[in-house]
Design a protein around this ligand. Structure first.
Ligand code: ADP
Length: 251
């Protein structure tokens, strides 16, 4: 039986006295695979910042084990000006542990090499990060997060702007990280169909609306309407979810 590693009880979160989300009750178990879904400005980033310990609760309770987080930011916000190689970028994961640019040792190098090998980027390690395709950059950022040797991995919109094969191969990699490396994963995504088919549990949120549970309990036309103030079709074909907006008009 997996143990509980993160718990929110009747929590309100936000900035200063401004509550962004309230009524948060959340119990996260080791090796959970969780989607975080909600409209822009709903509070997804605020929830992540609270999880990471960057902002404090306004009220309620929050506890977590001593966890090590690997964070994969949105690809487009990582644009190094300096000509960092793929290896350099992944090594940043090691530096982030000590907080300084201290001398790297052979153990750090070994972990970086292993992270690159795991995501299939060893051959490209001396390439300039900026010269890579979107899919390769995303893999590099995942390798950087793995170099932290995390127990919890947070991915923010990892497939944004990717072509279809890269998109699906990245989703496969994320699933593999969950199954093989037994990581607890939080996946922030706007792509409802992807989330419903990949993760096992979902946090569905909007301002002052917070739901958490297994996909089959939470992903419903009624709950999506409450979250997005829009109508969706939720159907299943051969066990796969298909979620589409209703009333799509051709113009
Ligand atoms: P999402 O990630 O779902 O798009 P955010 O968590 O970034 O949403 O934002 C939720 C709300 O919090 C928004 O209304 C936003 O304006 C507000 N917000 C975000 N950052 C801050 C901040 N540093 N101080 C005050 N309000 C903020």
């Amino acid at each position: 039986m997996n143990k509980e590693i993160i718990k929110f009880t009747d929590a309100s979160i936000g900035y200063g006295n401004t509550v962004i989300l309230s009524g948060i009750n959340l119990s996260i178990m080791e090796n959970d695979f969780i989607g975080i879904v909600g409209p822009n400005g709903a509070g997804k980033t605020t929830l992540l910042k609270t999880l990471l310990g960057n902002i404090k609760l306004i009220s309620g309770k929050f506890s977590k084990d001593s966890l090590r987080f690997g964070y994969v930011p949105q690809r487009d916000i990582v644009q190094p000006i300096l000509p960092f190689t793929v290896f350099d970028v992944v090594m940043m994961g090691r530096y982030s542990l000590s907080g300084t640019f201290q001398k790297i040792n052979s153990e750090d190098k070994k972990i970086v090499e292993e992270s690159l090998a795991y995501i299939g980027m060893s051959k490209l390690k001396d390439k300039n990060y900026n010269s890579l395709s979107g899919g390769q950059r995303q893999r590099t950022l995942i390798a950087r997060a793995l170099a932290v040797e995390p127990s919890v991995l947070i991915l923010d919109e990892p497939t944004n702007g990717m072509d279809t094969p890269s998109h699906y191969s990245l989703l496969e990699l994320i699933t593999q990280l969950h199954n093989e490396k037994k990581l607890t994963i939080f996946l922030v995504s706007h792509l409802l169909t992807d989330v419903a088919n990949i993760v096992k549990k979902v946090i569905l949120l909007d301002k002052n609306y917070f739901q958490f549970g297994p996909i089959e309990e939470i992903i419903s036309e009624e709950n999506l309407k409450k979250t997005y103030s829009a109508d969706f079709h939720v159907s299943q074909v051969d066990g796969e979810y298909i979620i589409t907006p209703k009333h799509l008009k051709r113009i």
